[in-house]
Design a protein around this ligand. Structure first.
Ligand code: MN3
Length: 256
């Protein structure tokens, strides 16, 4: 009798544990882990009054010379990025219920956006997010920046050395077909990974092949390099490696 009661109690506990596990398994699909969908904290992603604005550039157009030329910076920032911001705001005029949401929240679940504005928010919200990160992760003082001990250890563990990481990252960036981005992300298991996205998609979106928290990204649209590097994307990527602000990348890596 006592045995049978123990057995039924054990069976109850096992069933309870299985039920709890299956609920958390299902939830992992419905509600992506917070860190997997989190994004670098950039103040400009939280618009006052629900209108997005072009974030301030922390340096002059010529500050990244000779790697990124002033004319490219000027057009890329003041024309291309501005156009993403303008068109994102136009899309939100058509879906006022979405106004006031921070950018990462807006673009995290593309599939849940109203169909009428889905593509516009994917393209222009993605464009605004990606470029806001891009200006921040480059710096005229990049050569004095350094990966944190924690980030360097994680890179060494995955790619054996910083140089090998740069080689693999460059390879991914050079093989993006057409327009898009290459990223260094922190995935949901907290591991580093290199991934790419087409167009203005990014790894926090539910449409991304590999989701995660981006901490470094390179724009490989031709508008990012054509004036200086023409069709030589590989030369642009090599130049880009010289302007990565590793202090900033490390800061984002440390945001858990
Ligand atoms: Mn661009």
């Amino acid at each position: 009798m006592e045995n049978s009661s123990n057995n039924s109690r054990r069976s109850f506990l096992i069933k309870g544990t299985l039920a709890a596990l299956s609920v958390s398994f299902l939830n992992s699909f419905r509600f992506p882990a917070a860190h997997a969908a989190s994004a670098p904290s950039l103040a400009e992603f939280n618009p006052e009054g629900g209108t997005f604005e072009l974030p301030k550039l922390d340096y002059g157009y010529d500050a990244l010379e000779p790697y990124i030329d002033a004319r490219t910076m000027e057009i890329h920032y003041s024309k291309h990025h501005q156009a993403y911001v303008t068109k994102l705001n136009e899309a939100l005029e058509k879906a006022p219920e979405l106004k006031g949401r921070a950018l990462p929240d807006l673009i995290r679940n593309i599939n849940e956006l109203p169909e009428a504005v889905r593509n516009a928010i994917r393209n222009h919200g993605g464009g605004h997010f990606n470029h806001s990160m891009f200006w921040k992760l480059m710096s005229p003082t990049a050569k004095d920046s350094k990966a944190s001990a924690e980030l360097e250890a994680a890179i060494n563990a995955k790619w054996t050395s910083m140089d090998n990481f740069k080689t693999e990252f460059s390879k991914s960036a050079s093989t993006v077909f057409g327009s898009g981005w290459a990223w260094l992300i922190v995935d949901k298991e907290n591991n580093l990974a290199i991934t790419t996205t087409p167009n203005q998609d990014n790894p926090i979106m539910d449409v991304a092949a590999l989701r995660g928290r981006p901490i470094l990204g390179i724009d490989v649209w031709e508008h990012a390099y054509y004036l200086k590097h023409q069709n030589k994307r590989v030369d642009y990527i090599a130049d880009f490696l010289n302007v990565i602000d590793w202090n900033q990348v490390s800061k984002w890596y440390g945001e858990r």
